[in-house]
Each structure stands twice: as structure tokens, then as C-alpha cells.
Design a protein. Structure first.
Length: 155
């Protein structure tokens, strides 16, 4: 992947930049919050989330895959869980996928599918789980509502 292609892949993620209210479909769950921002000269996207209960608070770092132009999300949470997700983002569709063990055993497979609204201020999505990678079961809905945009990439 060329530097120009990597830069273009990172630029596509500018839609995430800002502060978001996060709502999950857990009964009685209060909303959480997420912040997406560029770090290290705009080479990585960081997501910090104060999650709706009972989900754990987390931090994720997104990088461009050097060969494919897709993304890798490195995930960390307050339980001490560390995971790596394959990530795609194109035409407002955001996906995260974990199909193999990484820093933790693969007790189940996970995927998130989210879609940005036309104005970019809402992401509607859902997490799913699978024990065999073929049959997927809905886990919970997750909605992000943009509260405020902050500065974009510096490079």
C-alpha cells in the first residue's frame, strides 16, 4: 500500500471524529459516551468509550492494514480483555469482525454491523455472536448519536 492510499484510508475515518452519546438495548441501561480522535500525528484513530451498563468501558486503536487498505481495531476494556478485530468502513457501513483467537481465547465469534445516517450524526448498529461462524445470533443493539465534532486529522 502506498503512503497516499494509506492517507486516503485514514481520511475516510474522519466521519467518526467527535463526541457521541452511546445507547445500548440493555433494559434500563443509562446512556454511555464515546470520543473518537486522531493521535500520533493522525496515524491512528482512538475510540474511548464509557459504556452503557453492563458493557465494560473500553479503548480501541484503529490502524490501516498495510497490505489491504482495510483496518485493524485493537480493543482493550476494564475487564482486562484484549481483542483484535478486522474492520471495514465504506459508504457509511462500519463492520468489526473477530473470527480467530488473538490475545484471548475464541470462546465465540463476534461481529458488529453499523450504518451512518445520511448526515453522519447517527450510527445504528448491532453486535452479533456465533459459536460456529455460520449461524449468527443478535446480541444487542448499539446506537451512537453525535453530540459534538472536534478537530480532524493534523496530517
Amino acid at each position: 500500500m502506498t503512503k497516499a492510499a494509506a492517507k486516503a484510508a485514514l481520511k475516510r475515518l474522519d466521519m467518526f471524529i467527535g463526541y457521541w452519546k452511546v445507547e445500548a438495548s440493555f433494559p434500563g441501561a443509562p446512556p454511555g459516551h464515546a470520543a473518537f480522535e486522531w493521535v500520533l500525528g493522525g496515524q491512528f484513530l482512538v475510540q474511548r468509550t464509557d459504556a452503557p451498563d453492563p458493557a465494560p468501558d473500553s479503548m480501541a486503536i484503529v490502524s490501516v492494514h498495510p497490505d489491504r487498505g482495510t483496518y485493524t481495531q485493537h480493543y482493550f476494556d476494564t475487564r482486562g480483555v484484549v481483542r483484535v478485530y478486522e474492520m471495514t468502513f465504506a459508504r457509511g457501513a462500519w463492520t468489526l469482525l473477530r473470527l480467530k483467537p488473538d490475545f484471548s481465547p475464541l470462546d465465540f465469534r463476534q461481529r458488529f454491523k453499523g450504518k451512518f445516517s445520511a448526515n453522519g450524526n447517527l450510527i445504528s448498529g448491532a453486535w452479533e455472536t456465533s459459536h460456529d461462524g455460520k449461524v449468527w445470533k443478535h446480541d444487542f443493539d448499539l446506537t451512537y448519536r453525535k453530540i459534538m465534532r472536534h478537530s480532524s486529522r493534523t496530517s
